[in-house]
Design a protein around this ligand. Structure first.
Ligand SMILES: Cc1cc2nc3c(=O)[nH]c(=O)nc-3n(C[C@H](O)[C@H](O)[C@H](O)COP(=O)(O)O)c2cc1C
Length: 324
């Protein structure tokens, strides 16, 4: 996994990619994951229709920072012209790669024909991808599922279409759409898909450890992997996997964990302002406190404050209790 890999013209220093996660893979967290060893980080999905209608919040999601490169901006939609416009805007905003979301199962998205619904409509899938590829000079990737329903494998067919259109790499979530973000990964179908195309395929779904990565690579031949939920509250998971050195529970590593939370909070406050920055870090707290005996009480206290000073005071209090 520590070998470089190319996605079109973009060279990744290793084969571990941070998955796009709405509400989570914002700029501060992507920077932390880039520092934590990710070979590529991916933004949360950005609505191409919202960008077309000049939505300010969506424009903010396109912002990138020099420290996080290479970065993929993921866009979603089902209107080829709007997707092309969004891809062009993302390229101008500093994206190294455009990723097209063809795997999101959330009804709010699929009922508009976007996300995973594109895997039900071959001609629209083709038009959307072709339109994006024609609108940018940077590489284009597609994130898809192995299929929507367990009885029906779709990724072989759609991967070939994507490759023929000129897509540079695929991110394949090996769970079926009906299983959402839990449930088993179908590594057999992923393996068949990997061997049916020549472009790099990154496997995704349930990866938490270096052993999980080895299983994916050995059983599917994938070029790399994408990690989502296991990175929440552990942006260093990428280097831990590369070094095969999982985080420990020593006082020293606990102190380091507290420092990571402080840094994340500070970056959030710089990016969003104090109130929103502290509010938005709440989603990461359960991840950071995973396996801590104080998790419940600490979470309750941290969720009750809106200023950085109070947030840090609670952290210091618990840090002292847990490390002395
Ligand atoms: C909170 C959350 C938000 C997500 N948002 C997106 C998204 O915006 N775009 C996307 O393609 N996938 C999204 N996903 C799916 C992840 O990218 C990934 O495919 C999935 O979590 C499986 O990987 P994992 O088992 O490593 O978490 C999201 C997942 C989670 C947990």
């Amino acid at each position: 996994m520590n070998q470089p890999v190319r996605i079109g013209s973009v060279l990744l220093k290793n084969r571990l990619v941070l998955a796009p996660m709405a509400g989570l893979t914002d700029m501060p967290f992507r920077i932390l994951c880039a520092r934590g060893g990710a070979g590529l980080v991916c933004s949360e999905m950005v609505s191409s229709n919202a960008l077309h209608h000049q939505d300010k919040k969506s424009f903010r999601l396109l912002r990138t920072d020099p420290e996080e490169h290479p970065v993929a901006i993921q866009i979603f939609g089902a209107d080829p012209a709007n997707l092309a416009e969004a891809a062009h805007l993302a390229e101008k905003a500093g994206a190294d790669i455009i990723d097209i979301n063809c795997g999101c199962p959330v009804p709010k998205i699929t009922k508009t024909g976007a996300g995973m619904a594109l895997m039900k409509n071959e001609s629209l899938f083709e038009k959307c991808i072709d339109s994006v590829i024609r609108s940018v000079r940077i590489p284009v990737t597609v994130k898809m599922r192995v299929g929507l329903l367990k009885q029906k494998k779709l990724s072989l067919h759609f991967a070939k279409i994507a490759e023929t259109l000129g897509v540079n790499a695929l991110f394949i979530h090996a769970r079926y759409g009906e299983d959402g973000r839990k449930g088993p990964a179908d590594l057999e179908t992923l393996a068949e898909t990997v061997s049916s195309v020549r472009i790099p395929v990154f496997g995704n779904g349930g990866i938490k450890t270096a052993e999980d990565v080895s299983t994916y690579v050995q059983r599917t031949g994938c070029a790399g992997v994408m990690i989502g939920q296991a990175a929440i509250g552990n942006p260093r998971i990428f280097s831990e996997i590369i070094l095969n050195k999982p985080s420990e529970n020593t006082p020293e590593s606990l102190r380091d964990k507290f420092n990571q939370i402080r840094t994340h909070a500070m970056m959030n406050v710089a990016h969003y302002g104090e109130k929103l920055g502290i509010l938005r870090i709440r989603k990461f707290i359960p991840g950071y406190l995973r396996s801590s005996p104080y998790a419940v009480v600490m979470r309750k206290q941290l969720y009750s404050v809106c200023t950085l000073d109070l947030f840090n005071a609670i952290l210091s209090d618990f840090e002292q209790k847990m490390t002395s």
